[in-house]
Design a protein. Structure first.
Length: 190
């Protein structure tokens, strides 16, 4: 793959090796996500994708959340997912931004109602429409954003609900690629 950069006020083309697509985890940068969120007119869709982005939750967890699973007093949410035909659950903190959005969004929802009464297929369809990708990319984006800010890997593992930290460590392979892309922009001369 080739990319153009400006060196000494002249456009230069340099070659950057491609990442093996099998080992590449697709994700979006915060600016892209925030820009796309601003372009959505449907309030429920904005809330859905904001929840994905600010929680790192799985699709199955998000579409099954009921209002009663949110502990507004303690800024916590109980997430449940099905793995090997058994339900697993974890309690995660809510980011203050997401907490405030959920307070307003759930004000007219009954306790036993789902926050996002959508099918998995519908969520994938609208994610493709708005973001040109799939909802799991929000999970990857959440993890990469966390690590790019130098936050704790162990806590990220807990936040994502990984049973083995080695799963979370796979995201560390992505972060150096971002650093390399940024290094190209560094100037070493006037």
């Amino acid at each position: 793959m080739e990319t153009s950069i400006i060196l000494n006020n002249q456009k230069e083309t340099i070659s950057i090796s491609k990442v093996n697509k099998k080992n590449q985890t697709p994700y979006w940068k915060p600016g892209y996500i925030n820009q796309k969120l601003q372009q959505i007119n449907n309030t429920k869709h904005i809330m859905l994708f904001s929840f994905f982005w600010k929680s790192g939750a799985r699709v199955s967890e998000v579409i099954n959340i009921k209002k009663r699973q949110i502990d507004f007093e303690n800024y916590l949410i109980k997430l449940k997912w099905l793995k090997s035909r058994k339900y697993k659950e974890r309690v995660c903190p809510l980011h203050p931004d997401l907490y405030n959005m959920l307070r307003m969004y759930t004000s007219k929802i009954n306790t036993e109602d789902k926050l996002f009464p959508y099918s998995r297929q519908y969520v994938w369809k609208i994610c493709t429409k708005y973001f040109e990708g799939n909802p799991h990319m929000f999970r990857h984006s959440f993890a990469v954003n966390w690590l790019n800010q130098g936050l704790d890997l162990y806590l990220l593992s807990k936040m994502l609900g990984h049973s083995n930290i080695k799963t979370t460590e796979e995201y560390l392979k992505i972060v150096p690629q971002d650093i390399g892309k940024e290094l190209i922009k560094v100037k070493f001369s006037n």
